[in-house]
Design a protein around this ligand. Structure first.
Ligand SMILES: [Zn+2]
Ligand SMILES: [Zn+2]
Ligand SMILES: [Zn+2]
Ligand SMILES: [Zn+2]
Ligand SMILES: [Zn+2]
Ligand SMILES: [Zn+2]
Length: 760
């Protein structure tokens, strides 16, 4: 307690500027009066030419009274006014002020507020201390108060009467004195920051009552709330309904909270607001035009409540036309038609009734005429065009006169000038047109002369006009030429041709003759046809340029020049003798040589007997005539006494050619069996002689089982041979022969007679 007292004391002795007038920074003429710190003496705030602006918390010292006069505005900026002494507010405006009854001592403070408007901020916001206050709030309007107002043990009977609360929090009341909440209107109240919503709470009445009477409640949520030790009487209020059950649903008391013993009497209730309670009074803004009015139709202005957001609309009357002072042309006049004009509305362009006036027609405004000649100039029209409207035209025919203004010449046409005249509105107009329409008379040309140059390479054609000999046409051209050459006997020529570009000049030809040049015979003879064995030839002198000849002379025939000839006969072809010309190949004296086709030996096969064999060789031609040995030679083979083959070679000569062989052969002699001796399954065959005695080298023994056809053979160089492995007791046939190999040839002797033998 000592510490708190020290703090209060230190605040009390502070010397503080109460308020200071300053100019607002926006240069407005409205003044502001700063308010801050401790107010420690009685003070009257009565400035209405500006605002009181709180710049830090303000405290009103115990024992001091602040009186706020009608028309004063206080801008709180959410700073506090802490009342330890007394504040008396009448018909003032509080914006965003936090008004607190702060009294921790034994002396209550006093807050009296009447017919004031209090927007935003807080009123008796809970501070943690009791509001030990003499409280009297009458006929004020409260908007947008934050949180709830805490009426905590007021110092005496408290009055909250005839006030209008909109979009505010609750009144929360605990008191030992009676509290009167009467003839107030509560509209569109807001919930608290913890979400609870009610309008009046009574949580303690120990020796007293809370009278809630003749108020108007427009919210249909919880309105009256009884807590702890509260005791509330709420008769004759208007609930904006006549439903008792709806009203009872807006009340929380011992009927709904079983922890409480008290209930709230709310009947009877009013069916209409009490006439002494304030009407609903929104805090409308200046409104905005939501439908613009026009000349003929109403507009609309919408106002929005800055406190609860509700809106209302107001009709803006139609504006009515704003007539111009000057006329407006509605239809322009034309050359032939009238126009019109009238008074218009400057806003919507409507025409004011009865103001339409006619505008006279303009009449045409003709230009000077424009002449239009026909292409031959013989006729013309003249047309005037209206400057106001080029569609308007006025056309007339004209009177034409003409005059030759230039005579024609050979080459140039003459000119005629045509003059057109017309009269419009008594005034004469004219125009001319010049036409080159008289044909040129043309040249009168004389005959054409053609002159060739000396070398005929150029030709000039010329003609002269008989009208005017200075008119001359000439053309010199290069010529072309075509030459036919002269020959030995025939003359040639060159034809020159001149072709002119000007078609009046005819193509010219000129022929120049070239004499024949004569033959050029060679001094040398040319053989035109060779002489042969039997015919004469021809020779002459030839021209070097053409095929002309001179001095044609015969060459005598040579006669044949024969040489003898022979084609030799062979053993297969005939030969011949003849005489043949070595120049032309002519043949005479032909004699045939028959072929040597008849050649042989008198014998070709001999049986060996050890003696020399010499057959006779004969060489005859195909006619059988003996060929003389002058025409051949031959070689005789040597020996000719052993088994083998012997060949003679005949070589032709003379009238014959070629060689030919002739041969004979000697074979072994026929052998004979001397004896056959039968043995046990064998036989022993003995020939009469050894093989050499037959001219051979080997003996061949052939044997065959009787009754079969197959011979078997044995060979020996002796004259005896044992044949074994024969079948016992069987008959065999036996024969023998000899043979000898000479070169690749085997020469056999004849078989002996067969003999039969029975094997043992
Ligand atoms: Zn409102
Ligand atoms: Zn208008
Ligand atoms: Zn016109
Ligand atoms: Zn001419
Ligand atoms: Zn010739
Ligand atoms: Zn001949």
């Amino acid at each position: 307690m000592n510490k708190i007292m020290t703090m209060v004391l230190s605040v009390m002795i502070m010397i503080t500027m109460l308020y200071t007038p300053v100019y607002a920074s926006d240069n407005s003429t409205e003044q502001t009066y700063e308010l801050s710190g401790i107010i420690a003496e009685d003070t009257v705030l009565d400035k209405t030419d500006g605002k009181y602006v709180i710049t830090s918390d303000v405290s009103i010292k115990n024992g001091s009274t602040v009186t706020i006069k009608p028309g004063v505005t206080v801008e709180g900026n959410n700073f506090r006014i802490r009342v330890y002494g007394k504040i008396d507010i009448n018909e003032a405006n509080f914006n965003n002020v936090q008004l607190e009854a702060d009294n921790t001592g034994s002396d209550p403070c006093t807050i009296t507020m009447n017919k004031s408007t209090y927007i935003g901020g807080r009123l008796l916001y809970p501070t943690g201390y009791s509001a030990h206050v003499y409280l009297n709030l009458t006929n004020n309007r409260f908007y947008n108060l934050e949180g709830y107002s805490y009426i905590w043990y007021p110092a005496d009977v408290a009055y909250i009467t005839g006030n209008y609360f909109e979009n505010c929090g609750a009144l929360s009341i605990g008191s030992e004195e009676d509290v009167y909440v009467t003839n107030n209107t509560f509209y569109h109240m807001h919930a608290l920051s913890n979400g609870d919503k009610y309008i009046i709470e009574d949580w303690a009445q120990y020796y007293s009552n809370l009278y809630v009477e003749k108020n108007s409640f427009y919210d249909d949520s919880l309105v009256l709330k009884l807590s702890s030790d509260g005791k509330m009487i709420a008769k004759n209020n208007f609930w904006n309904t006549t439903s008792s059950s709806s009203i009872s649903s807006r009340i929380s008391d011992g009927n709904t909270n079983l922890n409480l013993k008290e209930t709230i009497e709310y009947e009877p209730f009013l069916t209409e607001p009490d006439p002494n309670s304030p009407n609903i009074e929104h805090l409308y803004n200046d409104g905005e035009i939501t439908v613009q009015p026009t000349c003929l139709e109403d507009g609309e202005k919408t106002y929005t409540c800055l406190s609860c957001g509700e809106t209302k609309t107001e009709t803006i009357p139609a504006l009515g036309h704003k007539w111009r002072e000057d006329y407006t042309v509605d239809k322009e006049p034309s050359c032939t038609e009238v126009g019109s004009k009238s008074i218009h509305c400057s806003v919507c362009n409507a025409i004011k009734e009865g103001t339409t006036v006619e505008i006279p027609a303009l009449g045409h405004a003709w230009s000077d005429p424009i002449f239009d000649f026909s292409s031959d100039g013989k006729t013309a029209t003249a047309t005037r065009i209206c400057i106001n409207n080029s569609i308007h035209k006025d056309t007339k025919d004209t009177t034409i006169t003409s005059q030759v203004t230039k005579e024609p010449t050979c080459e140039e046409n003459g000119e005629t000038t045509y003059t057109a005249k017309v009269t419009f509105d008594g005034k004469e107009y004219s125009d001319t047109k010049k036409l080159v329409d008289i044909a040129a008379i043309g040249h009168k040309w004389g005959d054409v002369s053609y002159v060739w140059s000396d070398d005929n390479s150029k030709c000039t054609a010329t003609r002269i006009c008989q009208n005017d000999n200075s008119h001359k046409q000439a053309e010199t051209v290069g010529t072309t030429s075509e030459t036919t050459k002269a020959t030995c006997e025939t003359a040639g020529k060159t034809i020159y041709t001149a072709n002119f570009g000007n078609e009046v000049f005819k193509t010219q030809n000129k022929t120049v003759k070239i004499e024949a040049i004569g033959h050029d015979f060679s001094d040398e003879w040319t053989i035109d046809r060779e002489a042969t064995c039997t015919e004469n030839g021809i020779k002459s002198h030839h021209c070097s340029r053409c095929d002309a000849k001179s001095d044609v002379t015969e060459i005598l025939a040579f006669g044949h020049s024969y040489v003898p000839g022979t084609i030799k006969a062979t053993v297969t072809t005939d030969g011949k003798h003849f005489d043949k010309c070595e120049r032309c190949g002519n043949v005479i004296n032909l004699i045939s040589i028959p072929m040597a086709s008849n050649i042989g030996l008198s014998d070709t096969q001999y049986i060996w007997d050890g003696k020399v064999k010499t057959p006779t060789l004969y060489v005859n031609d195909s006619t059988g005539r003996n060929i003389s040995t002058a025409n051949y030679s031959f070689t005789e083979p040597s020996g000719r006494n052993n088994v083998g083959k012997y060949t003679y070679t005949i070589s032709f000569r003379g009238d014959f050619s070629g060689t030919i062989n002739q041969s004979f052969a000697i074979y072994p002699a026929k052998a004979a069996i001397k004896s056959i001796k039968a043995g046990k399954k064998s036989i022993t065959v003995t020939a009469k002689k050894k093989p050499a005695k037959y001219g051979a080298k080997y003996m061949q023994i052939a044997y065959k089982l009787k009754g079969t056809n197959k011979w078997k053979y044995k060979t020996t160089t002796k004259n005896k041979k044992v044949v074994k492995k024969l079948k016992a007791k069987k008959y065999y046939y036996v024969k023998v022969r000899t043979y000898k190999k000479v070169g690749n040839e085997t020469y056999y002797g004849a078989w002996s007679k067969q003999k039969r033998v029975k094997v043992k």
